[in-house]
Design a protein around this ligand. Structure first.
Ligand code: G3P
Length: 217
């Protein structure tokens, strides 16, 4: 399972990269705004900065919602750096654009996916990644993990190459459950990744080892 970090915060990206378990980064317009990155030039520069901190794929989202606009923006984003994956919303023109990018060899991440039908369409269009938002489904009392399960079955039935990128991951249990189902990738906050480190028996066991070592010396 690949681990992506879902942030535009360079410090957090560096910290996750230093941990040695990071496979990529996802961003979205809200995450960029949260870091105070505004204006087209600054946004493009920031994507390049993120690419220079990591070795894997970096999703950069288009703002346009019409086919021509998505193509124009997506091609400009893809030209920035070889690690850029063009993030395209699950809308009719988005699907058309994903097919176009797929034929041009440009990687895509189909975002804002909330149903298995949408995920099937994204795979048919040739998306590199599909991003079902599990946390946002949980927020409205719908089982987000069940969606990952459904997509896994459908993609396996037809051997689609599209990778399931479990998005809107909020905590460690989301990561573990996605791993059990067989999501190809998860993207979440640094806290969810580092949360996997924690166990009280590790802490008490280590304290005892160090205490015994001190006594023996
Ligand atoms: O990757 C999608 C993600 O950014 C959405 O997460 O926590 O805003 O639902 P969240």
């Amino acid at each position: 399972m690949k681990f992506f970090i879902d942030t535009a915060n360079l410090e957090q990206i560096k910290e996750a990269q230093a941990l040695g378990v990071l496979d990529g980064v996802t961003t979205n317009p809200s995450l960029m705004a949260k870091e105070g990155i505004t204006g087209q030039e600054n946004i493009l520069k920031h994507y390049v900065n993120i690419c220079s901190e990591v070795t894997g794929d970096v999703s950069a989202e288009v703002i346009s919602t019409d086919f021509e606009g998505i193509i124009r923006e997506g091609e400009a984003l893809a030209a920035l750096h070889s690690q850029i994956v063009v993030k395209v919303p699950m809308i009719k023109d988005g699907i058309k654009a994903i097919r176009y990018f797929s034929e041009k060899g440009i990687k895509t991440n189909c975002t804002l996916v909330f149903s298995a039908g949408q995920a099937l369409l994204a795979a048919k269009a040739g998306a590199t990644y599909v991003s079902p938002f599990i946390g946002r489904l949980d927020d409205i009392s719908t089982d987000g993990l069940n969606l990952i399960d459904e997509i896994r079955v459908i993609y396996d039935n037809y051997e689609f190459d599209t990778q399931i990128l479990a998005a809107s991951v909020r905590h460690t249990m989301h990561i573990l459950e996605c791993a059990k189902i067989g999501a190809d990738v998860m993207t979440g906050p640094l806290s969810a990744i580092t949360g996997l480190l924690k166990h009280p028996l590790t802490d008490s066991g280590l304290a005892k080892f160090l205490e015994d070592h001190k006594k023996g010396n």
